[in-house]
Design a protein around this ligand. Structure first.
Ligand code: SF4
Length: 362
């Protein structure tokens, strides 16, 4: 028996498109969404927060890892007729630098799944208009990494970014997106994805207002995951004062989202703007894993992974096979994944996993 357990928001609206899901939380026919780690070591910026490219870290891997585009297309073909509805090209590195993206967009346009793209907003190669012409018709959501409301903050956190050019690129992308929709095509939602930290917490409400002025429909706030030692002091969760600054920013962001109107009407959808409880309050109970039995990852070497936790890529949750030697259907039904689904609540990594807590995944 299927139940409606969650939904995809429909671009340009607040409505949700229901997703069928089994009552035990497992989508039996395969993942509804797949992420391909296409080009994690390729980027034209060096953001402080990025484990691979940060000036505070060891720098990108040499030689860079790249997922074979032919393998991605073969997986899409194998998934035809399955519950697969959405495809994400790499959320690490800059996916617009991956040579297979145009072919992936064409394959999605032909086969039905929509793309979900996270980009740094520089639109390398084709420029914002060129990328919009390719991506907007086949993309459900385009997330722009956006970390400041001022040039000084944005350019400090994302080394190599030119803030005014990024703002102009957003306008250009939205113009093409709107033209595609006006001509009867689908309407790709555009979002800002923000890594909240000490350096930009004071600018978060203004980022929401900037989104509204530009016509960016959604602002998603993520907390900094201080995976590099030099980032620890920036995490707002590290002490009471930081937590208070976050809570104040949440209140001001909500007010900004309520006040600022999008050019076409409506308000910015604000996500993960959740206040932390007061000091001493019990930590919220972890929820279920948002990914197991629903989504799947293919790493740059073709390995299959059950979730985006870095430990999964390192094999610490188990070995789940490889899409170059098995089909996704076989791996989805395999013993390794079934064992993790049955036992993850007792796994030490899953017990502490931030994805199971408010703001961890959306
Ligand atoms: S590490 Fe987190 S996201 Fe991965 S399977 Fe465990 S609970 Fe789920």
């Amino acid at each position: 028996m299927s139940v409606i357990a969650e939904g995809l928001s429909i671009p340009g609206t607040r409505r949700m498109m229901p997703l069928p899901m089994r009552v035990d939380g497992v989508e039996e026919g395969g993942p509804w969404r797949m992420t391909f780690v296409t080009s994690p070591d390729d980027c034209n910026l060096a953001c402080d927060m990025c484990p691979g490219h940060s000036p505070l870290g060891p720098g990108p891997r040499r030689p860079p890892r790249r997922l074979d585009a032919g393998l991605v297309l073969a997986v899409l073909a194998e998934r035809a007729g399955s519950p697969l509805r959405e495809v994400i090209p790499s959320t690490m590195g800059e996916p617009l630098l991956w040579s297979g993206l145009a072919a992936l967009a064409s394959a999605c346009a032909a086969a039905g799944p929509r793309l979900n793209v996270t980009t740094n907003g520089t639109f390398p190669g084709r420029g914002a208009r060129g990328w919009a012409a390719l991506l907007a018709p086949v993309t459900r959501d385009l997330k722009l990494s956006w970390n400041g409301a001022t040039a000084a903050t944005a350019e400090r956190l994302m080394a190599g970014l030119r803030f005014e050019e990024a703002v102009a690129a957003v306008r250009e992308f939205l113009e093409v997106r709107d033209a595609v929709a006006a001509a009867g095509g689908s309407r790709c939602r555009v979002s800002f994805q923000v890594t909240a930290q000490e350096e930009n917490v004071a600018e978060l409400p203004e980022i929401v207002r900037l989104a509204a002025r530009l016509g960016v429909e959604r602002v998603k706030l993520n907390h900094l995951q201080p995976r590099l030692p030099g980032l620890s002091a920036r995490a707002l969760s590290r002490d009471e004062a930081g937590r208070a600054r976050w809570n104040e920013a949440v209140r001001r962001c909500r007010a900004a989202a309520a006040e600022a109107e999008l050019p076409g009407g409506g308000r910015v959808l604000l996500e993960n703007a959740v206040e932390w409880p007061a000091a001493g309050a019990p930590a919220p109970e972890p929820g279920p894993c948002p990914f197991l039995g629903r989504e799947a990852w293919v790493l740059a070497d073709g390995a299959f992974a059950p979730c985006p936790h870095p430990a999964a890529a390192e094999g610490a949750l188990g070995r789940f096979g490889d899409v170059s030697t098995s089909t996704v259907g076989e791996l989805w039904r395999g013993a390794a994944l079934a064992t993790l689904r049955a036992s993850y609540r007792d796994h030490p990594i899953c017990r502490e996993c931030s994805f199971r807590r408010p703001g961890g995944a959306s």
